[in-house]
Design a protein around this ligand. Structure first.
Ligand code: SAH
Length: 249
């Protein structure tokens, strides 16, 4: 007879820190070998990347900056920021995603330091130590997003920038990001997103305010299913990004 431990994924039951959902980490680990395939489940991240990269660079000026990318996965954003001259560290709790990220960085020759550590633990170890923190498409996968936003604020130096992106929570977001993307267009595997965990911009702004971060700018990223192109917009109903600045002391 098969024992339960034999049917569970390798990482199941591994301590992932208090603010992580092991099922979410496993989900990304299982797909990790597809991370750099632009036609895989990760296509939306590849398609979004030039937009978010340009926006972040326009606000923070990445060249020469010390950056931490929280929930970096296979490193799509991390590597692209390093290509612009930033000194980037990527952290995640998926061992497999980090292994893919490391291998890709070796192959591409774009240096990024990857580490398996929780955001809260890194913030406690190295408070106020970086110029820019990014945390994209990750907060909707964690049990306590406010705690991650607090960790971003602790990690960044006074006057430094924090960038987050996630999915809004309303009927349109449910129809586009869950029904449309997972069921109709099948861009994403079913169960990728849990509607309950989506975060409204006002909730995000509150998390940030409570952590001592000032809102600098907010942008929507809208997807046109016909052209299959994302563009930056004022429409924050579904995918959106926010830029914050840590209040200078
Ligand atoms: N930020 C990347 C990847 C987004 S996919 C990008 O936008 O390109 C979401 C990532 O968040 C996955 O790699 C997953 O392993 C990671 N993740 C989920 N919960 C996490 C947690 N609690 N702490 C750190 N990483 C987490």
């Amino acid at each position: 007879m098969t024992s339960p431990s034999q049917v569970l994924p390798a990482s199941a039951g591994k301590p992932t820190g208090p603010n992580a959902d092991p099922k979410e980490i496993d989900k990304f680990s299982e797909l990790a070998h597809h991370w750099w395939d632009p036609n895989s489940e990760f296509k939306p991240l590849h398609d979004l990347n030039p937009l978010r990269l340009g926006w972040i660079d326009g606000i923070a000026g990445l060249a020469g900056k010390k950056v931490v990318d929280i929930g970096c996965g296979g490193g799509i954003l991390s590597e692209s920021m390093a290509r612009l001259g930033a000194n980037v560290r990527g952290i995640d709790l998926s061992t497999k995603a980090l292994r893919v990220a490391d291998l890709h960085s070796l192959e591409s020759g774009v240096a990024v330091n990857y580490e398996e550590i929780a955001a809260e633990a890194l913030a406690a170890r190295e408070p106020g130590s970086v110029d820019v923190v990014t945390c994209m498409e990750m907060l909707e996968h964690v049990p306590d997003p406010a705690s991650i936003v607090q960790a971003c604020a602790t990690l960044v130096r006074p006057g430094g920038h924090v960038f987050v992106s996630t999915i809004n929570r309303n009927l349109k977001a449910y129809l586009m990001a869950v029904v449309g993307a997972e069921y109709i267009l099948q861009m994403l595997p079913r169960g990728t997103h849990d509607y309950e965990k989506f975060i409204t911009p006002s909730e995000m702004a509150r998390f940030a305010r409570n952590a001592g971060l000032d809102l600098v700018e907010m942008r929507g990223m809208t997807y046109n299913p016909l052209s299959q192109i994302y563009s930056l917009s004022r429409d924050t109903d579904v995918n959106y990004m926010m830029a914050f600045r840590r209040v200078a002391e």
